[in-house]
Design a protein around this ligand. Structure first.
Ligand code: PAF
Length: 283
């Protein structure tokens, strides 16, 4: 097995996909920022099952980082990423550079209103503009018919769906289940930044969400559960819980009881690393 063909330029990408498009092939794209883990690989596996051709993209998108240190410290592991993709026999690993994605004079931003104001959007100003802009570009550049995103970034998934719908981009956006470590910690490229000590504490976030979900299932209003859950996380070693909320799946509005399909969503800092997670709450 050898590394997948790596393309860095848009012209060569377009030349590669033109015959696929001419045949009406199903083209799957898995957009990533690299540092691939089993969560990403599960998306590639699903794309391979559905599609005639699969493109994985790696681009650490500066436009979605609102903190220069965070951008600087984001793991960059292209060689090992390419190695992890070998067994999937994908068609293209597209790795554009900054000027390829944002050439001199680049002046356009895709903003999805409403869904971006809450949760991560409230704590990371401009983050989702960066995500929506780069994902719109990747959808158009790859001409994919299907795109695969993890439910781990649930807000991102809903924003991408809305963006594609609003802009009439003919692509099906698939939301795929969160993949977890054996102790429940949601897989994330940021887990690589956790110290050994912080890694031991990290699964408490998921444990707390599961505990609260069980209490919601017994009929307890979320408003009675929220503050104690946040306190328990801080007692466990999380330095700041940015949010711990229950929201409706479709429009991300706040809920106190799961009167419609909902998610429990949380973001919290642990030893300098920001972790997010969410779980489904059925009505
Ligand atoms: O989820 C990610 O890794 C990124 O936000 C994405 C979708 C690749 C856009 O840069």
């Amino acid at each position: 097995m050898s590394h997948p063909p790596i393309l860095r330029g848009l012209d060569e990408l377009r030349a590669t996909i033109a015959p696929w498009q001419a045949k009406g092939a199903r083209i799957g794209v898995v957009p990533t920022m690299g540092a691939l883990h089993d969560g990403h690989l599960s998306l590639v596996e699903l794309a391979k099952k559905d599609c005639d051709h699969v493109i994985v993209t790696i681009f650490v998108n500066p436009m979605q980082f609102n903190n220069p240190d965070d951008l600087e410290s984001y793991p960059r592991t292209e060689h090992s990423d390419a190695g992890k993709l070998e067994r999937f026999d994908i068609d293209v690993l597209y790795v554009p550079d900054g000027p390829q994605m944002y050439p001199e004079g680049f002046a356009s931003t895709v903003t999805v209103q409403g869904l971006t104001d809450v949760l991560c959007g409230a704590h990371r100003p401009g983050h989702f503009d960066g995500v929506a802009t780069v994902v719109a570009k990747l959808f158009l550049q790859t001409a994919a018919t299907d795109a695969y995103f993890g439910e781990k970034d649930f807000q991102q998934l809903q924003i991408v769906r809305r963006m594609a719908r609003d802009l009439d981009i003919p692509i099906k956006v698939h939301g795929c289940p969160t993949i977890r470590e054996i102790d429940g910690l949601a897989m994330s490229s940021r887990n690589l930044l956790l110290s050994d000590r912080a890694r031991v504490t990290a699964p408490r976030l998921y444990e707390e969400m599961e505990r609260v979900a069980q209490e919601i299932a017994t009929g307890t209003p979320f408003s009675q559960l929220q503050a104690p859950a946040m306190k328990r996380l801080e007692d466990a070693g999380y330095t700041e819980v940015e949010y711990f909320e229950m929201r409706a799946n479709d429009d991300l509005s706040l809920l106190d009881a799961p009167t419609r399909p909902a998610r429990l969503l949380a973001a919290a800092w642990l030893a300098g690393v920001r972790l997010i997670d969410n779980i489904a709450i059925e009505p």
